[in-house]
Design a protein around this ligand. Structure first.
Ligand code: ADP
Ligand code: MG
Length: 236
């Protein structure tokens, strides 16, 4: 087992893992609207899906299709305009702010594009996260940094692990390594993983691909052959 896999295994308490195929995360008819100068736009437009424990899912789609907004809602960093998000059966919309923050700490791990400065988190939280690490990220390669960011996202043994473009700044070889590690950690520890990626090649490591366009979930790839064909299609 790699160092990160060990770290991860240590943090997963026996009995805490849910059985495979039980629902970890459920998104029900979620809408997120933003008011802009030119009117209201639905960044997320009536999206529904669920992710099981032990399942790794990719969220793909062109720029502006609503991927980051969706992920931020799943991370309890944004509140949906309507619809529900349930984690381990608990409806986030029914929680007060304090409970939601607690749920985020306990059940959700996330790593964002720029892993040194996780957006939305306060500077203090970032410093705390850094102090948990043995090495300073600046001394590590991009691949190491991103793997540490993922391990960090998993440190509290969360139910749901979210990653927004985890390979954006990596070369091909490192990118494959990072996503492969991510997939292994999700599968071995029965977590629900959701990765936003613009790089379809990374989809070879996931169990399902959710494709968004204009805020809508337009297609789901669940068949292994279809996923591999999509991954072979290239970096678009
Ligand atoms: P993606 O991550 O797929 O590129 P985003 O979720 O970032 O897409 O954005 C989806 C749409 O919502 C885009 O049209 C974007 O301009 C808009 N959007 C996102 N956040 C905001 C915001 N805070 N205010 C207004 N519009 C936003
Ligand atoms: Mg985005």
């Amino acid at each position: 087992m790699s160092g990160i896999a060990e770290t991860f295994a240590r943090t997963s308490t026996a009995g805490q893992n849910k059985e495979n195929n039980s629902i970890a995360l459920e998104v029900r008819d979620v809408v997120k609207s933003f008011s802009t100068d030119t009117g209201t736009i639905n960044a997320v437009d009536h999206v529904s899906f669920s992710v099981n424990h032990g399942e790794f899912v990719a969220l793909v789609g062109p720029s502006g299709s609503g991927k980051t907004t969706m992920l931020s809602i799943l991370a309890a960093l944004l509140t949906p305009t309507s619809g529900q998000v349930l984690i381990d059966g608990q409806d986030m919309a029914l929680m007060n702010e304090k409970r939601r923050v607690q749920l985020r700490r306990e059940k959700i791990g996330f790593t964002f594009q720029s892993n040194n400065l996780i957006p939305f988190l306060s500077a203090l939280e970032n410093v705390e996260l850094m102090l948990r690490l043995n090495n300073l990220p600046s001394q590590m390669s991009g691949g190491q940094q991103q793997r540490v960011a993922i391990a960090r996202a998993l440190i509290h043994a969360p139910t749901v692990v979210l990653a927004d473009e985890p390979t954006a700044s990596l070369d091909t070889e490192r990118a494959f390594q990072v996503v492969q590690t991510f997939a292994a950690l999700i599968h071995e520890n029965n977590r629900a993983g959701i990765m936003v990626t613009h790089d379809l090649r990374m989809c070879q490591y996931v169990d399902r691909v959710l494709q968004m366009r204009d805020g809508k979930l337009v297609r789901v790839y669940a068949d292994r052959e279809e996923i591999l064909a999509l991954a072979r299609g290239g970096d678009h």
